[in-house]
Design a protein. Structure first.
Length: 404
């Protein structure tokens, strides 16, 4: 896809579609089979084609040239990071200075390291403190913890993640030791707080990753309670690829004199994702169309989204029967099952992962070649996050959405 500058009329269409998708369907994770009337024709390949793209960004300094802890820099190099991404470069200084911050940048542009690196650097520089990272899904919590462990390898810093679907008793036990970083999903963090295993007063830094999701209806009450318990909170950072204007006043109550850093268009899907719609003709066999697609040789690592858990089960089953190796992930599966499914997909043991929106946000699997929406997502945000599972870390990706 060639790069085109978003025209005003496209932007207007985009905002109309966004308002429409929200008014009719709420946000994400909706149960049932409500049909989406998201008008993708107006959006596809226009979303995010704003004037500035991370591709054209050239950092002032490489990580090696930055004034960061030497061991941390060594770990950054080992992870294969040479230059900071734009969001990483722009947030680094204010974060190290302790500013409250809202960071918005496209999917797959390194927002995790953007909040972890400054925290780690501060930890090497004087008095220890503890940070709390709250994320919407269990898989994302584990992923953030893994990144922290890679970045802090050999530095004597401790982290743990606390997520649903695992043993609470074990979590209570683990909380007897001090951690520099805790990552959790709201439900489990609340549970551990109520059991007095987790003491929120121990944490001075709070990060909400995927903050627009964390502040929407499904999570906001837990978040408010957690924030209320963090009496010694001195720095709060919010990160996401999407924002929600209606959350502005809530965000104002959470942050003190924040700096807003927004990279690239905020109405975004990374511009390096080539997006297509496939029309299913009346009476057409959608599953066969899907099968044809994923049988194409370029469909090496494919993430397929469907709206309901039942349909996820069904599509995965039919793919396997048709000789396409597929794993699946959704909220009704045990945590062990979910971890194994994602692991098989990461390691390339299966070609396809079929998922609900539980895998839409934050999940970083290398080299996902294609995202397929077997059904149109309910909201524009859901569309942006889903297709953002491909085209990450500067790579190209392709997204295909079936429409009727
Ligand atoms: P986001 O949260 O913005 O969606 P992630 O933090 O998940 O993105 O990072 C996306 C991918 O980019 C990850 O695989 C991560 O390891 C990689 N990455 C992060 N920062 C850099 C960097 N500075 N250089 C190269 N790759 C990076
Ligand atoms: Mg992320």
């Amino acid at each position: 896809m060639s790069y085109t500058k978003a025209r005003k009329s496209d932007k207007r269409k985009f905002h109309r579609a966004k308002a429409q998708s929200k008014n009719n369907f709420g946000r994400g994770f909706r149960k049932g089979r409500a049909k989406s009337n998201l008008d993708l024709e107006q959006i596809v390949n226009r979303v995010g084609r704003g004037p500035r793209e991370t591709d054209s960004f050239s950092p002032a300094r490489s990580f090696q040239e930055l004034n960061l802890d030497a061991k941390l820099k060594e770990n950054i190099t080992k992870m294969g990071f040479v230059n900071p991404t734009e969001i990483q470069e722009k947030t680094l200084k204010p974060e190290i200075r302790g500013r409250d911050l809202v960071g918005v940048a496209n999917t797959g542009t390194g927002k995790t390291a953007a909040f972890l690196i400054p925290i780690i650097d501060q930890l090497t520089n004087g008095k220890p403190f503890s940070s709390l990272v709250i994320v919407p899904t269990r898989e994302l919590a584990l992923q953030v913890e893994k990144e922290f462990k890679c970045l802090t390898n050999g530095m004597g810093l401790y982290s743990a993640s606390f997520i649903g679907g695992t043993s609470v008793g074990r979590d209570v036990h683990r909380l007897r030791r001090r951690h520099h970083l805790i990552i959790g999903t709201p439900g489990r963090l609340m549970d551990l707080t109520k059991r007095k295993a987790l003491n929120l007063q121990d944490f001075s830094v709070l990060i909400l990753d995927e903050f627009d999701r964390m502040l929407d209806m499904g999570f906001v009450n837990d978040i408010k309670k957690i924030v209320g318990g963090m009496k010694y909170r001195r720095q709060t950072m919010l990160f996401s690829a999407t924002t929600d204007k209606t959350q502005k006043s809530l965000i104002d109550t959470l942050l003190t004199n924040p700096i807003n850093i927004s990279v690239g268009p905020t109405t975004n899907a990374a511009a390096r994702i080539n997006q297509d719609l496939i029309k299913v003709p009346k009476g057409g066999d959608k599953f066969n169309m899907l099968l044809d697609l994923v049988s194409g040789s370029e469909y090496e690592r494919v993430l397929i989204f469907a709206e309901t858990k039942r349909l996820v089960d069904k599509v995965s089953q039919r793919l396997n029967k048709s000789g396409v190796s597929a794993a699946l992930i959704h909220g009704n599966k045990s945590q062990n099952y979910r971890i194994q499914a994602l692991d098989k997909f990461r390691k390339g043991k299966v070609q396809v992962l079929v998922a609900t929106d539980v895998a839409a946000r934050g999940i970083d699997v290398d080299n996902v070649t294609h995202v397929i929406n077997y059904e149109k997502p309910q909201t524009l945000d859901s569309y942006i996050h889903r297709i953002g599972r491909t085209g990450r870390a500067g790579k190209a990706g392709k997204a295909v959405t079936f429409v009727n």
